[in-house]
Design a protein around this ligand. Structure first.
Ligand code: KIV
Length: 270
């Protein structure tokens, strides 16, 4: 799906269903199930490598998996994450890494952070690389944020996220992912900025939703170092495999539930 088709869907009020994807088999299955956007997320550090966080993911990992996803889905918009260290230093270095992801088959790149990253976003967009911003809880800053915590709960925190969303929209980003923010804040941002929003733990009023596919299937039980029996999924996760008969059905049910606004429900939101 082209970016223009995505914008057309958003304008007509259709919700966007996005899922993380890391290989060709899942890419093909997700495309057949009607997933609008495949995100080659740096969450692969956790769900594929078994790490505690996303901090050790490299450009080599990202390009390897982007190529695999692009081989499986020929007609679906692919977004690839820029891993920690690949975009923060200067805009030219960020461009080189973004170019590598595009040459590997991505149509858009995503990176974390707001205002201070606007110059990099603008630099990429002006050179023809579409950008998705990632605001709210930003996993690459997990050490600075002090763990997996909801963001934008205070008036000051909320104002900063609104400001970041506006700054990134003005810089020309095509999409904004909002992770783990109060539903009311995500609604306000979605209604007031000109760029579609994709929520994960951000309530039903975003323009679309994203989940990590292992969460959707209920098969992620935490990092390799931790006891699976003690693992508790985050509030925003719903196991779609539980009530369906196959992975295909679970993914199709996710797409339908996003489109008919039954996912996320209030119990999945903050
Ligand atoms: O890496 C990832 O999977 C992501 C999603 C959580 C949005 O960035």
């Amino acid at each position: 799906m082209l970016l223009s088709q995505l914008n057309h869907k958003v304008q007509s009020g259709e919700k966007i269903a996005m899922l993380t994807c890391y290989d060709a088999t899942f890419a093909k299955l997700m495309e057949a199930a009607g997933v609008d956007i495949l995100l080659v997320g740096d969450s692969l550090g956790m769900v594929l490598h078994g790490a505690e966080n996303t901090l050790n993911v490299s450009m080599h990992h990202m390009t390897y998996h982007t190529k695999s996803v692009a081989a499986g889905a020929l007609n679906t918009l692919i977004i690839a994450d820029m891993p920690l260290g690949s975009y923060e230093h200067d805009a030219e270095a960020a461009y080189k890494n973004a170019e590598w992801l595009i040459k590997s088959g991505a149509h858009m790149v995503k990176f974390e952070g707001g205002g201070e990253k606007a110059n990099t976003a603008r630099y990429l967009v002006e050179r023809g690389i579409p950008v998705c911003a990632h605001l709210g809880f930003t996993p690459q800053s997990v050490n600075q944020l002090g763990g997996y915590k909801i963001q934008g709960k205070t008036a000051e925190g909320a104002a900063k996220i609104v400001q970041d969303a506006n700054t990134m929209a003005d810089a020309g980003v095509s999409l904004i992912v909002l992770e783990m923010v109060p539903a009311s804040l995500a609604k306000n941002i979605t209604e007031t900025i000109k760029v579609p929003t994709i929520g994960i733990g951000a309530g039903v009023d975003c323009s679309g939703q994203v989940l990590v596919v292992q969460d959707l299937l209920g098969i992620y039980t935490g990092p390799a170092s931790k006891n699976a029996a003690e693992f508790k999924s985050p509030r925003f996760v719903r196991n779609f495999l539980k009530d369906t008969n196959s992975i295909q059905d679970a993914v199709s049910t996710y797409v339908k539930s996003v489109k008919n606004k039954t996912f996320p429900a209030a119990e999945h939101s903050y």
